[in-house]
Design a protein around this ligand. Sequence first.
Ligand code: A2P
Length: 276
Amino acid sequence: MTQATATKVPTLPDAQTVTQVEHYTDRLFSFRCTRPATLRFRSGEFVMIGLMGDPDPKTGKQKPLLRAYSIASPSWDEELEFYSIKVPDGPLTSRLQHITPGDQIILRPKPVGTLVHDALLPGKRIWFFATGTGFAPFASLLREPQTYEDYDEIIITHTCREAGELTYGRNIIESLKEDELLNEVIGDGFWKKIKYYPTTTREQSDKMGRITDLMRSGEVYSDLGVDPLRPETDRAMICGNLAFNLELKDMLEEYGLEEGANSKPAQYVVEKAFLD
Ligand code: A2P
């Protein structure tokens, strides 16, 4: 490890302690850390997190190396959770992937983002469209009681290259059945409102194909036994790689949905999954 290890930041005011780390594939891991007592956020928002960078060769000074990360835990959780890609030569994730419980990370407690319920008009059904680590904000929103209070039906699609990359999302969906808070606040069987649609594109799985193609062919609707999106009833949130976001955005516009924002709620919102 270089000098810029996770343990070299305890003097920073924004340091938080890692409490748990889980690795899924050689490209993906998640971790939990302590939550600043003053941090309030809306499920679906992101914050800047990171580690100290290498010392400047001339001055010897270290600067924080920060990236935007969606908070994957819900707003009520006493800890924070993040879901991350590992980029072998990525300035931050090549180091972040080595954190272990007890290490410290830097967290700037200024949450922002558009994947929030406030940016959508009321509707009956909500679609969460994710690729890769774009699942993170939905891991938060799926554990947020408001999601079930606001909508009769929640459809979450997750497209990844390989089957192992679906594990984090699948674990979250499975864990909902046992979620004490949601069972208490929303009631027994709230999870029956969820339709989960995982697909892979480069490795065999139960459902192959990009979600965009499966929507065009109508397969997703027949598989799930639901009607195609309509602006009157459907709301959507998109989070994935840039090409996916742009393509799906165009498709949603063709369905007649309009893009919303915090300042002007409408029918869908979009955010890039932040990569190294
Ligand atoms: P594909 O394997 O066909 O490129 P990545 O890991 O590169 O971010 O990709 C995550 C997933 O998003 C992959 O399954 C990839 O499919 C899919 N994907 C990439 N671009 C698009 C797009 N424009 N529309 C739909 N899915 C996409």
